[in-house]
Design a protein around this ligand. Structure first.
Ligand code: G4P
Length: 288
């Protein structure tokens, strides 16, 4: 892709966070990585394996309310096959949250058994939550800990004093979720993060972003596009023409009769993000 994605990322922060995470890793028994179930690859940090080393790992597939259920199941199997514990959640409705503690105790069964042998049966497990910005880390921590409101401090390096959140007598979570950075230098990853709302829209001009979204949707989910926007076109129709057609059908016209593609672009992005077109997963285990 020839466009330059204008994504702001902060190499200084990245190094600092990574160092902080590596320090904190020594304090925990396992790492729990939260992914967006719609984009399990793009919402992942490419360095996560290196950062976590040999720590037991769990993947939370979050936002399952927005993803294709069949694909979520396929992804869960995919990650389990890699030896990771997997929990599927919708943190808004709390769906799947109650699966988390049992899955963690199963993952760390060996450790729990050793604690019991040493007469330390009540010793709590400690866990670090990591994920890219906006993936749902704070909501997850709040839901698991049964606390409301306050968003956990989300900037790297802060929250020095109060480090741990007690879930119950047997489990402590690190209060500051570790922020990972996705693979921003891959333009496809950048687009998926922007479409799903993980990064701000200004990585590309809004019409280009929507045009590319339309093209992807037309290739993968043509029925959904036709049902919502009454578009009729050849399977390989370009995104721009599809966006224009949708705008015309919606009656988005400027004073000279020209189609208001910018308005259509905003509508498409909003309707896609609020799942009005359906629940789509943009990455499959087979293609990754
Ligand atoms: P972060 O700490 O990783 O940065 O993410 P945070 O918890 O702040 O969550 C980012 C947004 O994602 C929040 O929405 C949150 O409600 C939403 N969210 C988290 N998990 C889920 C989920 O499983 N499904 C859905 N549909 N949304 C989820 P927000 O718009 O910032 O706030 P609000 O609308 O909840 O007030």
């Amino acid at each position: 892709m020839e466009e330059n994605l204008n994504i702001q990322w902060y190499p200084g922060h990245m190094t600092k966070t990574r160092r902080m995470m590596e320090d904190q890793l020594k304090l925990v028994d396992a790492v729990c990585e939260i992914l967006d179930a719609r984009i399990p690859v793009s919402s992942r940090n490419p360095d996560i394996d290196a950062i976590c080393g040999s720590k037991p790992r769990m993947v939370i597939l979050n936002r399952i309310d927005m993803a294709d259920p069949a694909q979520t199941k396929a992804w869960a199997q995919h990650f389990r096959a890699q030896g990771l514990a997997v929990v599927q959640t919708d943190c808004k409705s709390r769906k799947g949250i109650s699966d988390f503690v049992p899955a963690l105790r199963k993952l760390l069964a060996e450790k729990l058994r050793r604690y019991a042998e040493k007469g330390q049966a009540g010793r709590p497990l400690k866990l670090m939550i990591v994920g890219i910005p906006n993936v749902g880390k704070s909501t997850f921590i709040n839901q698991v800990a049964g606390r409301k409101g306050a968003k956990a401090e989300n900037r790297p390096g802060v929250t020095r004093g109060k480090q741990w959140v007690t879930v119950d007598q047997g489990l402590l979570l690190l209060d500051t979720p570790g922020i990972l950075w996705p693979k921003f230098d891959d333009p496809e990853v950048g687009l998926r993060l922007a479409w799903t709302g993980a990064v701000k829209d200004d990585i590309l001009d809004i019409e280009t972003l929507a045009m590319k979204l339309m093209e992807m949707l037309w290739q993968r989910y043509p029925e959904a596009v036709t049902a919502r926007y009454k578009v009729e076109a050849a399977p390989d129709e370009a995104g721009w023409a599809l966006l224009q057609q949708a705008g015309r059908k919606r009656g988005f016209l400027l004073s000279g009769g020209e189609i208001d593609t910018e308005r259509m672009a905003r509508v498409l992005l909003e309707e896609y993000r609020s799942c009005k077109l359906g629940r789509f997963t943009l990455e499959t285990p087979e293609s990754n």
